[in-house]
Design a protein around this ligand. Sequence first.
Ligand code: ADP
Length: 441
Amino acid sequence: MTQAHGGQPLDSKDGPTRDERGVLRDEQRILYVLALTCLPFWVVDALSVPHWPWDTLALRLGWAGLTAGLGWGLEWVELPVRRHMRTAAGMVLPHLFLGLVVHRLGGVDSPLFSWFCVLPVVALSVSRGQLWQGVLSTGLAVVSAGAVMGVDGTPPARMLTWLLLLLGAGGVGMQLSFFYQRLRQARVKAEEQRLALQAELVESQARVLQAERLAAVGRLAAGVAHEVKNPLAYVQANLRFLLEEGRQTASDADDTEYSEALHETMQGVERIHQIVKDLTALSRADETVEGVARCELAPIVDASVRLASVRLKSLVKLAVEVPGEAAVLAEPRRLGQVLLNLLLNAADAIEDAKVQDGRVAVRVAVVGDRVRVMVEDNGPGVLAEHLPRLFTTFFTTKAPGKGTGLGLALSRQYVESFGGTLGVENRPEGGARFTVDLPGA
Ligand code: ADP
C-alpha cells in the first residue's frame, strides 16, 4: 500500500495511486488559490499610488499565469520535479514578482514593501511544515527586499532595520513551520501506533480462538478416549486370556498360527491403548496448564511421534534421535502440542509436494545449558519470501479449510512462554528444519 508520509506520497512504479492523486490535487489546489489571490491585491497597488498602475497589473497577471501553469504542470512530472515546481511556484515566484511590483510602486516607501515580512508566513501554506522551505522563504525575502532597497539607494541604517525585521518575521515563520512539522509527525506516529495496536488485538483474539478450538478438540478427544478405554480394557483382558489358553493347549502348527494371530492382535490393541493414553494426556493440555517444570524430553517426543505417526506412517519414514538424558524446562503437554504440530506440518508439506521418498526426522541435541529439538523434513522447504511471515497469525499457504495459519503462531507463543525460541530455516539438502530451543534442566 502506498502511503503519504509527511504529506509526501511515496514514489510508485505503477503510476500514481489513489493517495498520491489526493496529495497531487491538494498541491494543485493550493497553487491555483495562490495564483488567484495575487490578482485582487492590484487594488492595493492602485490605492498606494496616484495613477493606475497598469504595469503592476501586467506583472500580477504574469505571476498568476506562471503559478497556475506550474500548478497544472504538476500532474505531468515525477515526484522529485514536482517538489521543485511547487517550491518555484510557492516561494520563488512570489518573492520575485513582489520585488518587481514593489519596485514599480516606489520601492521601500511603498506600503506594499512591508508585505515582505508576511511572505515567510504565507510560505507555510506550501511548505507543508518543512523547515528548509521556511529557511528558503526567509532567505528569498531578504534577497528580494535587499535588491529592491539596493536599486532604490536606501540608506544603510534603514536597510539594516528592514532586513532585521524580515529576519524576525522569517524566524516566526520557521518556528511555526517547525511546530507544524512536529504536529504532523505526532499525528503519523499516533496513527501508526493505533494500527499496530489494532493488529495486535486481532492477533491475540485469533490466538485465543485457536486455543479455545484446541481446548474443544481436546475435550472431544478426551471424551472419545474415555469411551474407548473401557471396551479396550476388556478386549485386552480377553486377548490375554485367549493367549494364555492357547499357550496351554498349543500342540501343532495350526495352534502356532492361531497364537501368532492373537499376538499380532494384542500388539495392535496395545498400540491403540497407547494412542488413547497419549491423546488423553495431550487433550488435557488446555484444561490444566501445569506450569513450566523440569521434564524428560524422550517421553514427550515419543508421545508426539506416536500420535503423529497415525498420519505420518503412510506418508514418510520417520527417524527419532533423542538422547535419554535430555531434560528441559517446559510445560510437557504444550510442548507435546508444539511437536505434534511441527510433525503434522511436515507431513502436509511432503504430501502437498507429492514427495515420493518422504522423510521426517526428530533430532535432539544438548548444547551447553540449552536443548535443541529439530524437526526436519525433505519436503519443498519454505519459500524465502514466506520465511519472515511464517509465524504470523493467519499466515497459511494451505487450501481454505485445511490450514488456519494459527499453528506456528501459537507454537511460538507456547515455546516463548517456556523461555525458549522457535525458528525455521531451509536445509541446504532440501526441506525445512524447525528448531525448538529450550532451556535445559
Ligand atoms: P497452517 O498449518 O494452518 O497453515 P501453520 O501456522 O502451522 O498454519 O503453518 C503456516 C504455514 O507454514 C503453512 O501454511 C506452510 O506454508 C508453512 N509450513 C509449515 N511447516 C512447513 C514445512 N515443514 N515445510 C514447508 N512449509 C511449512
